[in-house]
Design a protein around this ligand. Sequence first.
Ligand SMILES: CC(C)(COP(=O)(O)OP(=O)(O)OC[C@H]1O[C@@H](n2cnc3c(N)ncnc32)[C@H](O)[C@@H]1OP(=O)(O)O)[C@@H](O)C(=O)NCCC(=O)NCCS
Length: 171
Amino acid sequence: MKSYRPLFRREVSQYRDHLLRLDEDSRTARFAAHVSESTIQRYCTSIDWHCTKVIGYFQDALLRGAAEIRYDSAPSPTNAELAFSVERQFQNSRIGSNLMSRALIFLRNQGITKVHVVCLLSNRRMRTMATRYRSEVAISYGDVYITIDAISDYTPKAIEELADHMADILC
Ligand SMILES: CC(C)(COP(=O)(O)OP(=O)(O)OC[C@H]1O[C@@H](n2cnc3c(N)ncnc32)[C@H](O)[C@@H]1OP(=O)(O)O)[C@@H](O)C(=O)NCCC(=O)NCCS
């Protein structure tokens, strides 16, 4: 069974185990740096759930993909940062794209206007996924900084995805 849904805070161990299952290259791409298992353990225990939300992709009750949303610390945040992780054997099956469209719908409904994604310059899949939306791109020292306009009209490709998403909900 496959499903997309937000994680409950008590499911943080699922998130940790998912991040630990990422292969070396995917883990480096996710954190834009090499990170050890203990760093991931610490990272998960230090998540501030007041300003973090994780949307997950579950297959047979296991978390296989995630979009992590971090809001800025203002009382009514208008900016958020997004980071994605899909386990190797599930990559290239549009799970990342589906997580992104769900995250953007969620953020838009929260009144977020700007969504930031940072990835390595070499991460062509992430760049393709993010720049499908109306966005500004800046490159600095091997990293790409993408700012998505969360309230602008969606581009045609993104509209197709939103239609798929609505179909999922209605079925
Ligand atoms: C990046 C990542 C989230 C993408 O998720 P995914 O499920 O593998 O990707 P999708 O199947 O949704 O494909 C995304 C797009 O990239 C395109 N793509 C695939 N390989 C590509 C390549 N080599 N060059 C350019 N575009 C490519 C796909 O065609 C698709 O675009 P389309 O829908 O217009 O055809 C996932 O691969 C991942 O978790 N990687 C490791 C961690 C990471 O890189 N995180 C991002 C940093 S925050």
